[in-house]
Structure formats: C-alpha cells, structure tokens
Design a protein around this ligand. Structure first.
Ligand SMILES: Nc1ncnc2c1ncn2[C@@H]1O[C@H](COP(=O)(O)OP(=O)(O)OP(=O)(O)O)[C@@H](O)[C@H]1O
Ligand SMILES: [Mg+2]
Length: 91
C-alpha cells in the first residue's frame, strides 16, 4: 500500500476543477482481471467467488463517492491489480 498527495488533479480535459487529493494505491500480484470483467467490478452482486457476495467493491465505491472521492482499477491479467482510492485532501 502506498499513499501520495496529488496537488493539482483535474478530471476535465481543459484542467478546470483542479483539486488536491490524497491517493492510496493498493496493489497485488494476483491473477489480474480481464477487460470484460473490469466493466462489472463495481456492480452490486457481481462476483466470481463461490461464496462471495459481490458487494465488497460496490460498497467501497459508494462510501468513497459519499466522501466526494473516486476509486479506479488498473489490471493486467497474469500480472496483478492496482486499486487507487482518491479523496479530497483536507488540511
Ligand atoms: N484484486 C483483485 N484481483 C482479481 N480480481 C478481483 C480483485 N478484486 C476484485 N476482483 C474481482 O471482482 C469481483 C467483485 O469483487 P467484490 O469485492 O465486489 O466482491 P467479492 O470479493 O466477489 O465478494 P465479497 O466482497 O463478498 O468477498 C470478485 O469476485 C473478483 O472476481
Ligand atoms: Mg471482495
């Protein structure tokens, strides 16, 4: 796990709405996630586990959105996955 401060982050192409965020990366070297699966990750009840609820990531996304943050995923099948949580920085 790694955390960093993004001091001038903008989601918009022209750089409007810049803000300061704290970003937390959680990385693993597991099986990775293929492209089609990535589209469903945050959908409630989507799971590939025999006993999974499929609610873990949906709940994470909801809590993070309520804090005006975002969560993203970057994955390479066979190599691993990195989730990044970004939250507005309050200092
Ligand atoms: N780090 C990861 N590496 C590979 N696949 C993942 C990873 N995290 C999530 N997934 C995939 O996303 C699916 C949905 O994850 P989510 O956490 O929402 O539910 P779950 O883990 O299946 O169930 P539960 O949260 O009840 O344990 C998982 O079933 C798995 O297929
Ligand atoms: Mg889970």
């Amino acid at each position: 796990m790694k955390s960093r401060i993004l001091s001038d982050y903008s989601m918009m192409p022209k750089g409007e709405g810049r803000s300061r965020l704290v970003a937390i990366d959680v990385c693993d070297d597991g099986p990775g996630i293929d492209k089609e699966e990535l589209d469903h990750l945050f959908t409630p009840f989507y799971t590939t586990k025999s006993k999974g609820t499929g609610l873990g990531l949906a709940i994470c996304q909801k809590i993070i959105a309520e804090h005006r943050g975002m969560i993203r995923v970057d994955s390479e099948p066979g190599k691993g996955t990195a989730f990044t949580v970004m939250l507005p920085l309050v200092q």
